[in-house]
Design a protein. Structure first.
Length: 426
C-alpha cells in the first residue's frame, strides 16, 4: 500500500478512562462506533440523563465521515445532503445549528470520453453530470465537524466516556447485564489483553458486515440476524476519494463548475469540495470518486510522488489547465508525505498543491470480508432482520435504515435505536 507514517488522531478527544473510572460499574448504554449514527445516539441518550460509553476501533471519531482538515477541508467520506428530500437530516442540521453550502454548479462542465477526447459542455449542464445531481448541499467546514460537534458538546459530561483505538472482540449478553470485551486495535487478533465494560443495553453502530466478522457474540446472534448482517453491503466499501487542494480556485477563474466526468482516469468524476472562503475549508479543493477499478490503477503507482503527478496530469487532461496555472510553483519541488491510504488517507504535498487519497476499500473497519461467506443475495438497507434488536442489543448505522446509505440513514437509525433503547431501559 502507498503510505508514509502511522495514523494520527484527527480529533483530540479524551480517552474516556477518567470518566469511565468515575462511573458506576455498569453504564446504561455502550455504543460501538463513533460515526454519525453512534455519536447522535450518544448525544440524545446523554440529553435524557443516561450514562454512555462509546468505543471505536479507529483513533478518531467520525467513522465514514472524514474531512481532510489540514489539507484544505474536502470530505473524504460522506459529503452530500439533499434538503428537499431528506427531511430528517434537515431537521437534524437545524437542531444542532450546522450550516451548509450549496454545491457549486456554475460554469462549464468537462468530460473525457473513452476515446480520449476532451469535451467542454456549456454552462447550465453541471447538475446533469454531477455525481450528486442537483439540489445537494455540503456541510460548511466538512461533514466530520457534525460528529465533533455532537461529542464535543458532551465532552465535559461525567456520564460520557469515549474510548478510541479500541476494537470490540466479544459481547456477552442474555442476562440483565451485557459484558463487552475490547482490546487495543493494534494488538494481535489472538491472545491479546482485553478490558471489559458492563452495560444495561448496547447499540452497535458500525457496519453490520464488519460487526459480524469481527465480534464474537455469546450466545450467538440468531441465524436470520447474522445472515442479514453479512448480506448487507457496507456503504462506501467499494470506493475511495481523492482530494486536491490548491492556492486558488482556478476553475472558477476560467468559468468552470469543476464538475467533470472521466471515462479513462482512475478518478471517475470530480467536483468542488470546498471553496476555501468564509469558513468553507481553508484551501480551494477538488474531490473525486475512485472506484474499485480506479483503486487498482492507483495502487500500481510506484510511490507517493507518482500518485501526485498522476492526479495533476489527469486534471490537466480534463480541464485543459497546466500545473503552473493550477498553482504549482515548482514542478520539481520537494515532496512531503504522511499517512496511509487505508487509514486517514495518504497526504502528498508538492509545489504548493496537496493531494490526499483515502481508500475505503483498504479500510479494515469499512471493507471486511472476514470469516463469513455470503451465500445469500445482497439485502437492501433497512432489512427487517437487521433492524430487529436481540434482547438488550440494538443496531444503528446507515445500513440499518431504509434508503440509499446517505447520512440521513445514519440519523434515522440513531433515532430509532435511541427510542427502542429508552423504552427498554424504562
Amino acid at each position: 500500500r502507498l503510505g508514509a507514517v502511522s495514523v494520527r488522531d484527527v480529533v483530540k478527544m479524551h480517552d474516556g478512562k477518567e470518566n469511565l473510572d468515575s462511573m458506576k460499574d455498569i453504564v446504561d448504554v455502550c455504543i460501538v462506533g463513533a460515526g454519525l449514527s453512534g455519536a447522535y445516539a450518544a448525544h440524545e441518550l446523554l440529553a435524557i440523563g443516561k450514562s454512555v460509553s462509546v468505543l471505536d476501533a479507529r483513533n478518531r471519531i467520525g467513522g465514514r465521515l472524514l474531512t481532510a482538515e489540514e489539507q484544505g477541508g474536502g470530505d473524504l467520506g460522506g459529503a452530500w445532503i439533499w434538503p428537499k428530500s431528506e427531511y430528517a437530516m434537515q431537521q437534524f442540521l437545524e437542531k444542532i445549528n450546522v450550516k451548509t453550502v450549496p454545491m457549486y454548479l456554475d460554469g462549464e462542465t468537462m468530460a473525457r470520453t473513452a476515446d480520449g477526447q476532451r469535451h467542454v459542455l456549456p454552462s447550465g449542464e453541471a447538475a446533469r453530470y454531477a455525481a450528486c445531481g442537483g439540489g445537494a448541499v455540503r456541510v460548511r467546514g466538512g461533514a466530520a465537524s457534525m460528529v465533533q460537534k455532537l461529542l464535543r458538546d458532551d465532552d465535559d459530561s461525567k456520564k460520557l466516556s469515549i474510548l478510541l483505538g479500541m476494537r470490540v472482540v466479544r459481547v456477552e449478553h442474555g442476562g440483565g447485564v451485557i459484558k463487552i470485551s475490547f482490546a487495543k486495535s493494534e494488538s494481535s487478533a489472538y491472545g491479546c489483553e482485553t478490558s471489559e465494560i458492563k452495560c444495561r443495553a448496547a447499540i452497535l453502530a458500525a457496519p453490520p458486515k464488519v460487526l459480524a466478522n469481527t465480534i464474537e457474540f455469546h450466545p450467538p446472534l440468531p441465524r436470520s440476524k447474522v445472515e442479514s448482517m453479512i448480506a448487507t453491503p457496507t456503504w462506501m466499501e467499494d470506493y475511495g476519494k481523492v482530494s486536491a487542494s490548491f492556492p486558488r480556485s482556478w476553475w472558477r477563474e476560467f468559468n468552470m463548475s469543476a464538475i467533470s466526468i472521466d471515462q479513462i482516469g482512475a478518478v471517475s468524476t470530480w467536483w468542488e469540495a470546498c471553496s476555501g472562503d468564509d469558513g468553507d475549508g481553508t484551501s480551494p479543493t477538488l474531490a473525486g470518486f475512485v472506484t474499485a477499478n480506479g483503486a487498482k490503477a492507483l495502487n500500481k503507482m510506484e510511490n507517493a510522488e507518482a500518485l501526485h503527478d498522476y492526479v495533476i496530469g489527469t486534471l490537466n487532461n480534463l480541464y485543459g489547465v497546466d500545473a503552473f496555472t493550477m498553482g504549482m510553483h515548482k514542478v520539481k519541488a520537494d515532496v512531503t508525505t504522511k499517512g496511509f491510504t487505508g487509514e486517514e488517507g495518504l497526504v502528498v504535498s508538492k509545489g504548493g498543491v496537496t493531494i490526499t487519497y483515502k481508500s475505503w476499500l483498504e479500510d479494515p473497519y469499512t471493507k471486511n470480508s472476514g470469516k463469513h461467506i455470503i451465500k445469500d443475495y445482497p439485502r437492501e438497507y433497512g432489512d427487517r432482520y437487521l433492524q430487529q434488536n436481540t434482547g438488550s442489543i440494538f443496531f444503528a448505522g446507515t445500513e440499518v435504515a431504509k434508503g440509499s446509505g446517505h447520512m440521513e440513514g445514519a440519523i434515522i437509525a440513531a433515532q430509532r435505536a435511541v427510542s427502542d433503547v429508552t423504552q427498554y431501559l424504562n
